[in-house]
Write a protein that binds this ligand. Structure first.
Ligand SMILES: [Zn+2]
Length: 121
């Protein structure tokens, strides 16, 4: 699946498997973000911090958190964000968890390699 380009080569097959399961059930998750460089992560983090400081988190304009640059699995190709229709949100969390990814309740689009920090440090 071309949208998952940027994921670590050893992780990507598992993400593709999760997407294949979704496709099998007629659900098409939209990939929103895969690998990010330092500047991209910095922009997202600053936007998140600003929202927190201004009491706008969580909100429709800032629904999800962002880690500081250097501390995001996205920077290592070890996470990807994907969105589904609201009625499938819990189901999509369950599918990705069943495949083996860590998916946090407070950041539904995000799926990452469990324990990724131990791999990159
Ligand atoms: Zn993410």
């Amino acid at each position: 699946m071309i949208a998952l380009r940027g994921l670590h080569s050893q992780l990507r097959p598992y993400a593709e498997y999760a997407h294949a399961i979704a496709q099998h059930f007629g659900v098409t998750p939209r990939v929103a973000s895969v690998r990010r460089n330092w500047n991209e992560q910095q922009v997202l983090y600053e936007r998140y911090v600003r929202a927190v400081q201004q009491g706008r988190f969580p909100s429709p304009s800032q629904p999800y958190p962002a880690n500081a640059p250097g501390d995001s699995a996205h920077q290592f190709g070890l996470a990807w964000d994907s969105q589904v229709a609201p009625e499938y949100r819990q189901w999509w969390k369950d599918v990705r968890r069943w495949v083996g990814f860590t998916v946090y309740d407070h950041d539904a689009p995000h799926a990452e390699l469990p324990g990724w920090r131990a791999v990159v440090m």
